[in-house]
Design a protein around this ligand. Structure first.
Ligand code: GLY
Length: 390
């Protein structure tokens, strides 16, 4: 990868994408494929602090459908459907295989409470026409012999998975081969406007530079609020980080399907790694792994698949999901001109990457707003007055 630092005080490009996480890179790649000169500015090294760098990579629009806003499920289903073609193009363009695997997901019930939840989800899926198949405990164990003996029942869903770390390797290569540029270890401190041109002020190693562009995409995830939009009438985003702790276990391959219970998920990779996740914590940007979260994840994972106790505990990772007040993403224009946002993807950044990239590129390049994006308008957080009755 030929990532560079800015080497002149002022440089010019068509579009600056602020943030080199999965959303920023996917959007930048879609723009580069449409012939735009794109520069991605990333505050760290690519993958170093991206939420996707610790994500498990479940592409799971069905597994949480009853808990999600139906408009988000609709968007996630569209993105899930786009995944195979998106991955095929990316693998071809980058030469990196990204671990897309459509074996499917088993949501397993370990006891009667879980069974009631699963039955509720299944009824909801049937009502909404989502594919899912009820299995008995014995049928689930036929599929996955390492599941605990007492499984009360399961749901099989066509939810797939991908390896997000591989995506974070493939996307920069594909982007650069399509003519895009990545600038790492460079913080964006401010965005201002000079007539029709945006000025993106950056800082690297104490040196300030300016990137001038006709359009800017803000895709800085949980850090999106830290970029000062100076003198711009732009929608404000009530973004906060939601900490997630996740574990990587390694050893003999125990599973083929993604295994979930209502309390934990286990995502198996072809090389024997199992990703176990994830905590949901309101701890700001506290990046410490904690004994309590690791204990809870391992306890729940071991209840579902006792054999994991023999695997190596290879990594405890911490990531920060970008969460808006309603836990839905913000994808669209934020100033009525050339400033756009694609952020707040919360638990769904990996699954939503292809559709976010395609639809935002439609908007940036052609001014075309797809109806799928209407619920995710960034302006929806404009302060409304609250009447207090005493
Ligand atoms: N996408 C699952 C999580 O955020 O834990």
């Amino acid at each position: 990868m030929t990532s560079t630092h800015l080497n002149q005080r002022t440089e010019q490009t068509d579009v600056v994408v602020i943030g080199g996480g999965i959303i920023g890179l996917a959007v930048a790649y879609a723009l580069a494929q449409r012939g735009r000169a794109v520069t991605v500015v990333e505050a760290a090294r690519i993958g170093e602090r991206a939420a996707a760098g610790v994500a498990a990579g479940m592409l799971a629009p069905s597994s949480e459908a009853d808990l999600s806003d139906p408009r988000l499920t609709t968007l996630a289903l569209a993105s899930h459907a786009a995944y195979p073609a998106w991955v095929a193009d990316l693998e071809q363009a980058s030469g990196v295989e990204v671990g897309y695997d459509a074996t499917g997901t088993l949501l397993v019930a370990l006891h009667r409470d879980h069974l009631a939840l699963i039955e509720h989800l299944h009824a909801f899926q049937v009502e909404r026409g989502l594919a899912a198949e009820r299995l008995t405990g014995a049928q689930a164990r036929d599929e996955e012999p390492y599941l605990a003996p007492g499984i009360a029942g399961a749901l099989r869903m066509p939810d797939a998975q991908v390896d997000p770390r591989r995506l974070l390797r493939a996307l920069p290569l594909a982007l650069e081969r399509a003519g895009g540029r990545i600038v790492e270890d460079t913080r964006v401190t401010a965005v201002t406007r000079d007539g029709d041109v945006y000025e993106v002020t950056t800082e690297h190693d104490g040196m300030a530079s300016t990137l001038r562009a006709t359009q800017v995409v803000l895709a800085a995830g949980a850090w999106s609020r830290q970029i000062a939009l100076v003198g711009l009438e732009a929608a404000t985003l009530p973004m906060r980080p939601v900490k997630g702790q996740i574990l990587r276990l390694r050893g003999e391959r125990l599973l083929r399907h993604v295994i979930r219970t209502p309390d934990v998920y286990l995502v198996p990779r072809a090389d024997g790694e199992i990703v176990v996740g994830a905590s949901m914590e309101e701890q700001g940007f506290d990046a410490r792994p904690t004994a309590g979260a690791v204990h809870d994840l391992l306890r729940e994972a071991r209840r579902a698949v006792p054999g994991i106790a023999e695997l190596e505990l290879a990594e405890c990772g911490v990531g920060f999901r970008p969460a808006l007040r309603d836990h839905l993403p913000a994808i669209g224009n934020i100033d009525g001109a050339g400033l756009f946002v694609a952020s707040g993807h919360f638990r769904d950044g990996v699954v939503l990457a292809p559709i976010t990239a395609r639809l935002l590129a439609d908007l940036v390049c052609d001014g075309r707003l797809d109806a799928l994006l209407e619920p995710f308008a960034p302006g929806r957080f404009a302060p409304a007055s609250i009447e207090v009755t005493r």
